[in-house]
Write a protein that binds this ligand. Structure first.
Ligand SMILES: *Cc1c(COP(=O)(O)O)cnc(C)c1O
Length: 372
């Protein structure tokens, strides 16, 4: 399908991955099959599935590459890191997603990889660290600090120096940026988050920029068994169809809440690239199609933050993000997040009415007892 590339993402999300068969259903149904009769192209359930393919075609169209679905975001991350030649050097964001960092640290401890942590927001530091690197693992905006990396500059430099660049696009989604077009070789997603969008499944994906890379990923998935469930793929595709409209609304509400939180007397700092005062504002304005629906804000300390969460009545305490419901998480409580400020609360803005969300936040911030 070459035609649809001219369409907007909102349209692609609807039309991509549809079966054109006359008399067939509009939606590709979940195909529950471990085994297929001889004579077709699949054969066995670990080798492929029509429901995975419909999901992959749709997300691939949105990212502008070739998509391979995995059992979770980390299964997708692992499909890129585990097959690297022994002793490869991987550059990564030292203040990025803790799951990827934990995997990298384990692979280093086992003497499989060398790793080099950088502050991805500091472009000069990243460029200086690129020499001798095999893979540059990037994330922007970062989870949970909402730091914005200069993706155009870093991806250009990586290309020039023959470094394979990977961008975890979970927070931005293809609605805001398409890193393959900027020179990344791979994009990674936790489809568990915005793509699935309803907090009811785990799934991941890698989008590659060439057929040979895609084929290698499929082979890795087949021989390692890191395959998604069929129902998950069906639900993730169903979620993906409404990603553009969900994300637009969530983003609008996030911008409004960020402004209000920024003015609140009990909030010390808001991290949201859409605030003009945010360190990432200019960069995000020039390289992203919007500022996203994740924000973090800091209150006095960890104790106060925990009490704020306890006082919320609408926003749910919980560690995941990207769902229709707003969720809040004090990141510092997790292992591996010791460097995150104790009073930092990460808010994933959902689809509730912004007035209700603000009333809940304002009420909890005002009622939560302060530590002495
Ligand atoms: C959640 C997350 C992952 C891991 O995805 P899972 O689906 O939980 O395995 C990877 N990257 C980022 C940025 C995430 O937020």
């Amino acid at each position: 399908m070459n035609e649809p590339r001219k369409w907007h993402a909102e349209t692609l999300a609807i039309v991509a991955g549809r079966s054109p068969t006359p008399g067939g259903p509009f939606n590709v149904p979940p195909t529950f099959a471990s085994t297929y009769r001889d004579g077709g192209d699949i054969g066995y359930g670990r080798w492929g599935n029509p429901t995975w393919s419909a999901f992959e075609e749709t997300l691939g169209e949105l990212e502008g590459g070739l998509c391979v679905a995995f059992a979770s975001g980390l299964a997708a991350v692992s499909a890129l890191l585990a097959p690297l030649p022994l002793g490869s050097t991987v550059l990564f964001p030292s203040a990025g997603y803790n799951g990827t960092r934990a995997l990298l640290e384990r692979l280093e401890k086992e003497d499989r990889l060398r790793i080099r942590g950088v502050d991805v927001v500091n472009t000069q530091e990243v460029l200086d660290a690129l020499d001798g690197v095999d893979v540059a693992w990037l994330e922007s905006p970062t989870n949970p600090m909402l730091g914005v990396a200069d993706l155009p500059a870093i991806l250009r430099a990586a290309r020039d120096r023959g470094v394979t660049a990977v961008v975890d696009n979970t927070f931005a989604t293809p609605m805001l940026q398409q890193p393959l077009a900027l020179g990344a070789r791979y994009v990674v997603h936790s489809a568990t988050k915005y793509i699935g969008g309803h907090s009811d499944l785990l799934m991941g994906a890698v989008i590659a920029d060439s057929e040979s890379q895609r084929d290698a990923l499929v082979e890795w998935r087949t021989s390692n068994g890191a395959i998604p469930g069929v129902m998950e793929a069906y639900l993730a595709l169903r979620g993906l169809r409404t990603l553009p409209v969900r994300f637009a609304r969530q983003q609008r509400t996030a911008a409004e809440l960020a402004e209000r939180l920024d003015d609140h007397r009990h909030v010390e700092r808001v991290r949201y690239p859409g605030l003009v005062t945010d360190a990432g504002f200019e960069r995000a304005s020039s390289q992203m199609g919007g500022f996203g629906a994740m924000l973090s804000f800091e209150v006095k300390d960890a104790e106060h933050a925990d009490r704020v969460v306890d006082c919320l009545r609408l926003i749910v305490g919980g560690t995941s993000l990207g769902g229709v419901e707003s969720t809040i998480d004090r990141r510092g409580r997790w292992k591996g997040e010791e460097n995150v400020p104790g009073g930092l609360l990460r808010l994933s803005v959902g689809l509730e009415h912004p007035v209700d969300l603000w009333a809940d936040l304002d009420d909890a911030l005002s009622r939560a007892p302060k530590s002495s």
